[in-house]
Write a protein that binds this ligand. Structure first.
Ligand code: ASP
Length: 435
């Protein structure tokens, strides 16, 4: 059964990293479909090739001299070629690219060259066949992925060639015009490829040995998550934990293809396994994630007014101004609408003005600078007293809770605290449940 192995930017940033990739790929004969990103940073102060390509496009568009940037990009690929003594003619490829540069060059085409050239180099180095993603990942003209055609093309490619290297991050429209996925999209290419060929596993090779239970900038040396369900990971990603593109899970859910997050720099470490169901019950919580800067609108209605009607009227105002709502906790005569501050920034006064015109509203209270923290764990639902323990510990540490929300499947509890209490709250929760 085939394994799809995707190597992220830091895993393919230079010749040294390419060597690590080769060792990994050659260790397992099932690694037959390799997806690569564009070269990432080789050091903290270095640039990602994709960022440079975006910059190059801006220079061309605004008529600014782009020679230096163009050379910087070319040199990144030349360095890989030379370090590995490859034959691919980088200079010729860049000369051709230069001839294509003009004010109307498509952003998607230009930016996709990062993955394209890197996959060409990797295919030569591994001696696997290069197959261009423009001939595999197909989009409809409305921007949606043409799943049927994409599946067919990936299957066909593997029927024709035993082992292939595919550039991540882009595909093409029916007329072959290149279309990019969103940033970090090579993760998605890996998922889509895995679904297409019904892979046994989707390996996502990166520069960390898996997903941590909490942000290491907030919690010192947090434990690694060994196993996590698709659903739990989506909750954590939604609240800011980012190791994997959050849409990568969707294509794999139905076929129950596990994703294995692994470290190219420490390939023997176990990593994190993401799958439909996990049976490990040793930990009550699986992870903690959170985000700062939410705004809470607490709306109080007239005693006699119908709540459903008032809620409906208020929500339609949020819809009118295109503001996404995160939570909607409510009590008898009041309810709160919680949204990201950035979403309301530009429409704040219009929004309040329009809500104020709704009949039967007696009071609106606004609270800014709230942080939301999501405590995620499939094992929480089977054990009583979790919420009590959580609130008890936060209280003991003087963290005031402004909002609580628990999903019906009890997979997560969301608490709202002041921005200034954010880090302390996460540390307290981690200590209470993990240490
Ligand atoms: N190179 C692209 C980016 O930096 C896509 C990827 O690496 O996933 O966003």
């Amino acid at each position: 059964m085939i394994k799809v192995s995707k190597f992220g930017g830091s895993s393919v940033s230079d010749g040294t990293q390419f060597k690590k990739v080769k060792k990994i790929v050659f260790e397992d004969n099932n690694r037959k479909l390799i997806v690569v990103s564009a070269p990432g940073k080789t050091a903290i102060d270095d640039n990602k090739v994709t960022d440079l390509l975006y910059l190059l496009h801006a220079h061309i568009k605004y008529g600014v001299d782009y020679e230096n940037i163009f050379l910087m990009i070319q040199k990144r690929f030349l360095k890989i070629k030379e370090e590995l003594s490859l034959t691919f003619d980088v200079n010729k490829a860049f000369l051709e690219l230069k001839n294509e540069l003009n004010k109307n060059i498509s952003l998607d085409y230009l930016v996709s060259r990062g993955e394209y050239f890197n996959a060409l180099l990797m295919s030569e180095y591994l001696e696997f066949v290069f197959v261009d993603s423009k001939d595999l990942l197909k989009f409809k003209y409305n921007g949606q992925i043409d799943e049927e055609e994409t599946n067919r093309l990936f299957q066909q490619a593997l029927a024709l060639h035993e082992k292939i290297v595919v550039p991540g991050f882009y595909g093409s429209y029916p007329n072959q015009g290149i279309h990019l996925l969103s940033r970090g999209g090579s993760d998605l290419t890996g998922s889509i490829a895995s679904r297409a060929i019904n892979a046994r596993i989707y390996e996502n090779w990166t520069d960390v040995s898996g997903i941590l239970m909490a942000d290491p900038k907030i919690v010192k040396n947090p434990n690694k998550i060994q196993e996590i369900t698709y659903h739990e990971l989506r909750e954590l990603s939604y609240m800011g934990a980012n190791v994997l593109h959050e849409d990568s899970i969707l294509p794999l859910q139905d076929l129950d293809i596990p994703i294995h997050i692994l470290n190219t720099n420490a390939p023997d470490e176990a990593g994190t396994l993401i799958k439909k169901t996990c049976i490990d019950q040793t930990s009550i919580i699986t992870g903690i994630a959170g985000k700062k800067d939410f705004t809470v609108f607490t709306i109080t209605k007239n005693n006699s007014a119908k709540k459903l009607k008032v809620v409906q009227d208020v929500l339609s105002v949020f819809q009118k101004y295109n503001v996404n709502i995160e939570h909607l906790p409510s009590s008898i005569d009041s309810f709160s609408v919680i949204c990201e501050a950035i979403q309301v920034e530009n429409v704040f006064f219009d929004l309040i003005g329009t809500i104020n015109q709704i009949e039967d509203i007696t009071h609106i209270e606004i609270e800014k600078d709230m942080a939301l923290i999501s405590v995620v764990g499939r094992n929480m639902s089977t054990r009583p007293g979790i919420a009590g323990k959580l609130f008890g510990h936060l209280g003991k540490n003087n963290v005031n809770i402004n909002m609580i929300d628990q999903s019906s499947q009890e997979i997560n509890i969301v608490v709202g605290v002041k921005n200034s209490d954010f880090e302390k709250a996460i540390q307290t929760i981690y200590e209470a449940f993990v240490e």
